[in-house]
Design a protein around this ligand. Structure first.
Ligand SMILES: Nc1nc2[nH]c(SCCc3ccc(S(N)(=O)=O)cc3)nc2c(=O)[nH]1
Length: 277
């Protein structure tokens, strides 16, 4: 059975796929309003995603798309921590997407139920920041860093290498005393991969899940792997993203990280109705 512990929430993932709604609390994702307006927008966006069926909200204070500028610790804290406090009352698990140990620590103290680390908890202090809590932990693979990852990414065998990386990270986390039932794994679509690498990983989600015995989270929504095969710009990738989410679930993913919650929830309902259980 696939189970994931996220703080006070426990998910039996055999009963259905979790939909994680993306909430960017980066100023460029709002109109040019100030900090308070951003928080207002964040709250209404989160409420809308939850009303549309999101099972959890992933709060991110730093854009990690290729080539994006780094955000200082203080700035990321100023963006993310107030959002965790503001969203706590919504009654759904909150995930925080960060690779900074200090943000993890503050997020957990502020009530975050999951830490989603694109860097696989490799930063100094990251494991310590989450070890004495029961928050969920998403361990993602990334080759190099957001600034360099898309400059000619290369692998011998991308599936084997990504799986080995995730295995090493999980082993280190378990050795640090972290309970495996808190952990989910993620191949990191678009984080140091060509389009071909991304689709090889998508086709082999089942392999990763089998090898590590952990739930897989998949984040394909609106990414270049969708654009590459549809020829569509980012604002026209809904259909491709829905197909990507269904493909990920068909290959064994248990959590999908998406922008378009209402549409994904509907697509998953039809998919689940049509799939033999
Ligand atoms: N666990 C988890 N967390 C995530 N956080 C993000 S932020 C997306 C950054 C980005 C945007 C666009 C491209 S691209 N060039 O492929 O279109 C790459 C990375 N993503 C993920 C993901 O997947 N899993």
């Amino acid at each position: 059975p696939q189970f994931l512990q996220c703080g006070r929430y426990g998910f039996d993932l055999d009963t259905g796929t979790l939909v994680m709604g993306i909430l960017n609390v980066t100023p460029d994702s709002f109109s040019d309003g100030g900090r308070f307006q951003s928080l207002e927008f964040a709250l209404s966006h989160a409420e809308e995603m939850i009303a549309n069926g999101a099972d959890m909200i992933d709060i991110g204070g730093e854009s990690t798309r290729p080539g994006s500028p780094a955000v200082s610790l203080d700035e990321e804290l100023r963006r993310v921590i107030p959002a965790v406090y503001a969203l706590r009352g919504l009654g759904k698990p909150l995930s925080v997407d960060t690779y900074k140990a200090e943000v993890m620590r503050e997020a957990v103290l502020a009530g975050a139920d999951m830490i989603n680390d694109i860097n696989g908890f490799r930063a100094p202090g990251a494991l310590e920041a989450v070890s004495d809590s029961d928050c969920g932990l998403c361990v993602m693979h990334m080759q190099r860093d957001p600034g360099t990852m898309q400059q000619n990414p290369g692998y011998g065998d991308v599936v084997a290498e990504v799986t080995d990386f995730l295995r090493q990270r999980v082993d280190e986390m378990v050795a640090a005393g972290i309970d495996r039932k808190r952990i989910c794994i993620d191949p990191g679509f678009g984080f140091g991969k060509t389009v071909e690498h991304n689709y090889a990983l998508l086709r082999n989600i089942g392999t990763m899940q089998q090898e590590l015995g952990l739930p897989v989270l998949a984040g394909l929504s609106r990414k270049s792997m969708i654009g590459a095969v549809t020829g569509k710009p980012v604002e026209q990738r809904l259909a491709g993203s829905l197909a990507g989410a269904l493909a990920a679930v068909a290959h064994g993913a248990r959590i999908v990280r998406v922008h378009d919650v209402a549409e994904t929830v509907d697509a998953l309902k039809v998919w689940q109705a049509a799939s033999t259980n």
